[in-house]
Design a protein around this ligand. Structure first.
Ligand SMILES: Nc1nc2c(c(=O)[nH]1)N[C@H]1C(S)=C(S)[C@@H](COP(=O)(O)OP(=O)(O)OC[C@H]3O[C@@H](n4cnc5c(=O)[nH]c(N)nc54)[C@H](O)[C@@H]3O)O[C@H]1N2
Ligand SMILES: Nc1nc2c(c(=O)[nH]1)N[C@H]1C(S)=C(S)[C@@H](COP(=O)(O)OP(=O)(O)OC[C@H]3O[C@@H](n4cnc5c(=O)[nH]c(N)nc54)[C@H](O)[C@@H]3O)O[C@H]1N2
Ligand code: SF4
Ligand SMILES: [Mo]
Length: 699
């Protein structure tokens, strides 16, 4: 299939006019697909899935099949730019790289002198999942500078902490094994859109007779595909999980021998769950008590059951405890001993690499530097004591993706804030920058990729030349480091040297045998999964066992046992109809054709999504005189959001849903995060996007 292999050095490949070349999908998606880039006359004309990759198996999503539209988009930023108009207006002039680098390093040196290095803040996420790009040279630069640290908790940290409180590390059931499941529960995840190869695996299980259950606050694309869709009120999942435990213990479906050998706290749990009767669970979740019973039976009696824990259900005040409660279920049923049984939230723990060698925290002159939580960037930029004087944004678009947009916008609008944005496009955030720097696409650079779901590590080498004057993150931060006068070898290392360092990590037995040489020869190399056979005997929890009771959580003031804790801002089954100004819960998960806010500016992808919509239940619509197709305004004390109403019976009354993160429209308020809170979740200082209430009216 691969006619021309990327061998003989990158120069040869990037200058080849025709051929099919290997690549990796760089997006923040669990599937981390292996791609083939088809070139004609020196340009990528087609992107397809690599049939030889065991997970990709030749299939990729629509977003990335259309990736060439993004790579060659006429609006790509190709040269360094300096702002000439007011912040946010988008007026810039072209400058040279020399000027841009000089301006940044001069400003940084002056700031370090006047305010200290912590007045500078990097703001980044995983717009490109390349390890060298986002956990590599960039970290070296900001560490050596002594900049403020960034807590990167916008995505999955509440849930990952919740999972770890039970299992100790971010590893669970591996994808290929899930074909053996008899019952698959997709809980708070929209895998048809966000993890398509898990759907392929589930379909294989289904052919053998497996049942797929989807538990969600709205009948998303995955709910429509399921055998059984169970709608519930947002933020109430822990009640359902503990209710299932109630039935398992009550009906003798719990695996006593497994719990005795591998867990701690099952006796306390047995007592604790007694109050979570199906009737009580029903009153909290909105699920009929019979369905709670039926689900517990189905789960408890399944030969092999697998629970896919999505990211959506943990974007709540109680997100950590919710994932903790669900993660405890396979321990009650002994599913961990069955191939394909168990659960998974994130499997990133299997491929952890040598982050010290990559990120070089040892270069930091001030190891105790302060940490700023990325979910609170608006508040952080408003601090008057030790203010942040400069932000460097890369691989993220906070004006669209961070909660409480208006506060974020006010922060970035500060006249005295020196802002640099490195991106491929003039994003909503870049419009507020003083200097905008052009970034390469991942197909123009060398990088290392690992998935937070499957177990293949992959290598990307450049397939086309850097467009315009764009530079990769590695080039940029090594250039900045050298320009500001950092003498260390770390700023002179090549990508290949960095990859070799990342993989040299004996602490992680799963990484055994994964080397740069093999990656160059084979492109995707599977982790050594032998250690998984005995993982239950070496769990890195404080007790070494699955912790149904967590002393550590108790010390932190959290419930030590799986527990339902109501949302701070949300529908709790009682508040509704009692004069609450904002009686609807607003859920804004990703859509099918964007990747967070990436692609939201590409016509091809915009057309597929048409415009921002608001799904509203017929009862809620009728009360407000809203008809299908009406333009509506969604509002609360934080801001407003404009969308078109879709009156659908896909949620319980009281919840409205808008999928997709859009950039600000022409004269139209279409950023969903205008409505979302910057409160932090119960664990991991995570984001609480979906714990928010609103009102809706026709415009
Ligand atoms: N097409 C596409 N794919 C993506 C992304 C994208 O933007 N577009 N984003 C990528 C990223 S960064 C991530 S983190 C993943 C996220 O992908 P998923 O893990 O699928 O998570 P979300 O899509 O955020 O949310 C999934 C579901 O959670 C539901 N939900 C919200 N609150 C609750 C609740 O309280 N209980 C329950 N049971 N369900 C609830 C939402 O209605 C939504 O249907 O997808 C990745 N893949
Ligand atoms: N309301 C609401 N808000 C959410 C979510 C939600 O479900 N609802 N989901 C949250 C989640 S789970 C996540 S992960 C975050 C994601 O938030 P972000 O990580 O900010 O995701 P993107 O919007 O895709 O922005 C990534 C940016 O990186 C740029 N980029 C790509 N490659 C490179 C590169 O190599 N170098 C540089 N310098 N830039 C590059 C892209 O062009 C793009 O502008 O959003 C969060 N926000
Ligand atoms: S976005 Fe996900 S499904 Fe689509 S090509 Fe990339 S890794 Fe594969
Ligand atoms: Mo995410």
């Amino acid at each position: 299939m691969i006619e021309a292999e990327a061998q003989g050095g990158e120069d040869k490949v990037i200058h080849q006019e025709h051929g099919v070349f290997p690549a990796v999908c760089p997006l923040d998606c669990p599937d981390t697909c292996s791609l083939l880039l088809h070139k004609e006359n020196g340009k990528i004309v087609k992107v397809t899935g690599n049939p030889d990759h065991p997970i990709t198996q030749g299939a990729i999503c629509n977003k990335v099949r259309n990736m060439a539209h993004r790579v060659y988009h006429p609006e790509r930023v190709l040269y360094p730019l300096r702002r000439t108009g007011p912040k946010g207006a988008g007026l810039f002039e072209r400058i040279s790289w020399d000027e841009a680098i000089r301006e940044i390093t001069d400003r940084y040196k002056a700031l370090i002198e006047s305010d200290g290095p912590e007045s500078i803040l990097p703001y980044s996420f995983y717009g490109n999942m390349g390890i060298l790009s986002v956990d590599g040279m960039d970290r070296r630069f900001f560490n050596r500078l002594g900049a403020s640290k960034l807590k990167q908790s916008i995505c999955n940290s509440a849930g990952n902490e919740g999972w770890k409180s039970v299992m100790g590390f971010n590893g669970g059931t591996v994808p290929e094994d899930t074909v053996n499941a008899d019952v698959i529960i997709v809980w708070g995840g929209n895998i048809v859109s966000t993890n398509m190869h898990q759907v392929v695996l589930a379909e294989k299980a289904r052919k053998r007779g497996a049942k797929v259950v989807v538990i969600d606050v709205h009948k998303n694309q995955t709910g429509q595909w399921a055998d059984w869709f169970i709608p519930l009120h947002p933020g109430t999942d822990a009640a359902l999980a503990v209710g299932i435990m109630h039935v398992l213990f009550r009906d003798g479906l719990a695996d006593e021998a497994f719990m005795e050998r591998y867990t701690i706290g099952h006796e306390e749990l047995r007592e604790h769950v007694k109050t979570y009767t199906p009737e009580y669970v029903s009153s909290v979740t909105g699920i009929p008590a019979e369905d709670v019973e039926k689900l517990a039976e189905l789960y408890g009696r399944a030969g092999v059951s697998y629970i896919h824990i999505g990211n959506g259900l943990q974007h709540h005040d109680n997100g950590g405890m919710t994932v903790r409660s669900i993660a405890a279920l396979p321990a009650l049923t002994g599913q961990w001993l069955k191939r394909g049984g168990g659960a998974a939230k994130s499997n990133g723990g299997y491929n952890s690499m040598n982050s010290e060698a990559l990120e070089r925290p040892d270069l930091r002159p001030n190891p105790g530097a302060r940490t700023i939580n990325m979910n609170r960037i608006g508040e952080a930029l408003a601090m008057t004591e030790n203010p942040i004087r400069s932000v460097f944004v890369y691989c993220s678009n906070p004006l669209v993706v961070a909660p409480d947009t208006e506060r974020v916008r006010e922060g970035f609008a500060r006249e005295d804030l020196f802002t640099v944005v490195h991106d491929l496009f003039m994003t909503d955030t870049a419009k507020y920058a003083d200097i905008v720097l052009p970034a390469t696409s991942s197909f123009e650079s060398t990088d290392l990729y690992a998935s937070y779901w499957h177990q293949y590590v992959q290598l990307q080498e450049p397939v086309i030349p850097a467009q315009g004057e764009s530079k990769s993150n590695v080039e940029l931060f090594s250039l900045l480091g050298r320009a500001i006068g950092f003498e260390e070898e770390a700023f002179r290392e090549s990508e290949e040297e960095m990859i070799a360092r990342a993989l040299d990590y004996p602490d992680n037995p799963y990484l055994n045998g994964v080397t740069l040489d093999r990656l160059k020869a084979e492109r995707h190399v599977k982790l050594d999964m032998m250690p998984l056979e005995s993982f239950l005997d070496r769990l890195p929890t404080p007790s070494g066992r699955i912790e149904l009771y967590s002393a550590r959580l108790a010390e932190a003031g959290l419930p030590p046992l799986p527990t339902y804790v109501p949302l701070k801002e949300g529908y709790d089954g009682l508040r509704r109809g009692r004069g609450n100004r904002y009686p609807l819960m607003f859920i804004s998960p990703p859509n099918h054709n964007f990747l967070n806010s990436t692609f939201a500016n590409v016509e091809k992808h915009q057309k597929m999504e048409k415009e921002p919509t608001l799904q509203i239940h017929p009862e809620d619509a009728e009360q407000r005189g809203i008809a299908d197709g009406d333009p509506v305004i969604v509002f609360n004390d934080r801001g407003t959001y404009e969308a078109r109403a879709k009156v659908v019976d896909k949620m319980l009354p009281g919840t409205v849903v808008s999928q997709g993160l859009w950039w600000e429209g022409e004269g139209r308020k279409q950023r969903a995060n205008a409505l979302t809170p910057d409160r932090l979740a119960d664990m991991g200082e995570g984001a609480t996007f979906f714990s928010t209430v609103v009102e809706v009216k026709r415009t």
